[in-house]
Design a protein around this ligand. Structure first.
Ligand code: NAD
Length: 487
């Protein structure tokens, strides 16, 4: 079996302990992964702190940091096929998506490379004639980045890119499920020429994650994962009082009005819930459909769902591969069973596929008679679409906003005025109109409520890895007047 290594302080090692990683397409172990011990996590944070304080990094110009990030972007692009192959092997995510997505990950590094020397301070028009006051934007410090198993290269790029552009150093904990692409990424990063310790990559589960995110030398925690784990992260950060950014899950509404381009809406809905085998935080997992077109839309969607090519994730023809873990599949089955007991009706799919691997078919559940069913309120993180319907626009908005999450949303309509009303009314961090599942390094990404806080992508994300220092400089040569009066 292939052995992967962790990356601490610019060196690779097997870790004190190892665990087997399973191939989701077969369920069989295929590689050995290092499991970071508490001592490994401490070593990684200390290396990141040393790097943060070292003149090699602290005194490097922002332009030079940008050049290193640019080199990293080129290396990611060059190695994209290998990274894609590993992500597909270790997480089951289909090669069709990993190969396109990882080539695009390079663009995120390129974007933050360009931004590094555009993070500016400010001069203040202060209300005192003998003072010059300006703001320096300084890196926040050591960043603990924790990512889930889906799209790890992407989800870590939106943390590592802006953090390094701002001058921070990072300890990234890859998910214990499917960490291979991140450990391979560490090898690529090592070739880019950054000083040692600027990025450290480890893996392991809750213990490693808790040690990292509560470490006294960590200044900021950037987390992507589920809301339950996020609660632990926030509690952990009570130890170090680190700032946090939380990118969590969703139960995003996909709203289709009767005046929409139906074929386009159907394809976008297929993309929104079945692409990435539904293991996407922005999955459009709640279809909210006008009653006037519900029957026709569901009939056509069912045909499309049944035509989806299910197969080996490394086959370019495959459209839906296995779920990443058996745990995910068991959870989906349990949620569907409970929802059926609550009155929801499975239209297609709904049970595990026979054979090896963690396969689960595209599934559609009509919840018209069970609007509060578990499948409406819980995130599946699988290819399962729950359906509700409406008569009026107000009702559509009410259903869309009736969720504890607030990450993404989709609106399909050909009415410009209606689109604007929906954009204004929807409570979510992203509204896609007549499209779905589009991302870019230039556009911020994130949610509110149970979907978390903070934004990744865009300029603000880099600023969030900085803190402001106010500098006061007195320009008068006269002695300081009355010392007992605050000036
Ligand atoms: P998870 O929350 O179980 O795990 C995420 C990470 O947290 C893993 O690396 C895990 O090891 C670590 N972790 C677990 N316990 C911890 C603890 N006590 N302290 C610190 N770290 C700990 O998530 P998952 O099941 O791997 O991924 C699925 C979830 O991620 C879904 O809810 C999905 O919506 C969400 N997600 C969100 C986004 C987004 O950008 N909003 C993107 C992808 C996935």
């Amino acid at each position: 079996m292939q052995q992967f290594q962790q990356y601490i302080d610019g060196a690779f090692d097997d870790g004190a302990a190892q665990f087997d990683s399973l191939d989701p397409a077969t369920g069989a172990p295929w590689a050995r992964m290092p499991e970071a011990s508490v001592a490994d996590v401490n070593r990684a944070v200390e290396a990141a702190e040393r790097a943060f304080l070292s003149s090699d990094w602290a005194l490097m110009t922002a332009t030079q940091r940008g050049k290193l990030l640019l080199k990293l972007a080129d290396l990611v692009a060059e190695n994209a096929p290998r990274l894609a192959e590993l992500e597909t092997r270790d997480t089951g995510k289909i090669i069709r998506e990993t190969s396109a997505q990882i080539a695009y990950v390079a663009e995120y590094y390129r974007y933050y490379a360009g931004l590094a020397d555009k993070i500016e301070g400010a001069h203040l028009p202060i209300d005192k004639p003998d003072m010059e006051v300006w703001l320096r934007r300084e890196p926040v410090g050591v960043v603990a980045a924790v990512v889930p198993w889906n799209s790890q290269l992407f989800l870590s790029a939106v943390k590592i890119g802006p953090a390094l552009a701002a001058g921070c150093t990072v300890v990234l904990k890859a998910s214990e499920d499917g960490p291979a692409p991140m450990l391979e990424f560490a090898r690529i990063f090592d070739q880019a020429g950054f000083p040692k310790g600027v990025l450290n990559v480890i893996t392991g589960g809750a213990e490693a994650g808790a040690t990292l995110t509560s470490h006294p030398k960590v200044d900021h925690v950037a987390f992507t994962g589920g809301p339950e784990t996020a609660r632990h992260i926030v509690r952990n950060s009570a130890e170090n009082l680190a700032s946090t950014s939380l990118e969590l899950g969703g139960k995003s509404p996909f709203i289709v009005f009767e005046d929409a381009d139906i074929e386009s809406a159907l394809n976008a809905q297929v993309s929104g819930i079945f692409a990435a085998t539904g293991q996407s935080c922005v999955a459009g997992s709640r279809l909210v459909i006008s009653n006037t077109i519900k029957d026709e839309f569901l009939e056509r969607l069912k045909v499309k769902a049944q035509e989806v090519v299910i197969g080996a994730p490394d086959d370019m023809a495959t459209e839906v591969g296995p779920l990443c873990t058996l745990r995910q599949r068991e959870r989906a089955i349990a949620l569907i069973k409970a929802s059926e007991q609550q009155g929801a009706k499975v239209i297609t799919g709904g049970s595990a596929l026979e054979g090896d691997g963690f396969y689960f078919p595209p599934t559609i559940i009509d919840c018209s008679d069970a609007p509060e069913a578990d499948c409406i309120t819980n995130e599946f993180f699988g290819p399962v679409l729950s359906v509700l319907s409406f008569d009026t626009e107000d009702e559509a908005l009410e259903i869309a906003n009736n969720t504890a999450f607030g990450l993404a949303s989709g609106v399909f309509t050909n009415s410009l005025t209606r689109a604007h009303r929906m954009i204004r009314g929807i409570r979510a961090g992203i509204v896609w109109v007549n499209t779905y599942r589009a991302v870019s390094p230039i556009a911020p990404f994130g949610g509110h409520g149970l979907s978390g806080h903070g934004r990744e992508g865009g300029i603000q994300a880099a600023l969030d890895y900085t803190k402001v220092k106010a500098v006061w400089l007195r320009t008068s040569d006269d002695p300081i007047p009355d010392p007992f009066v605050m000036r």
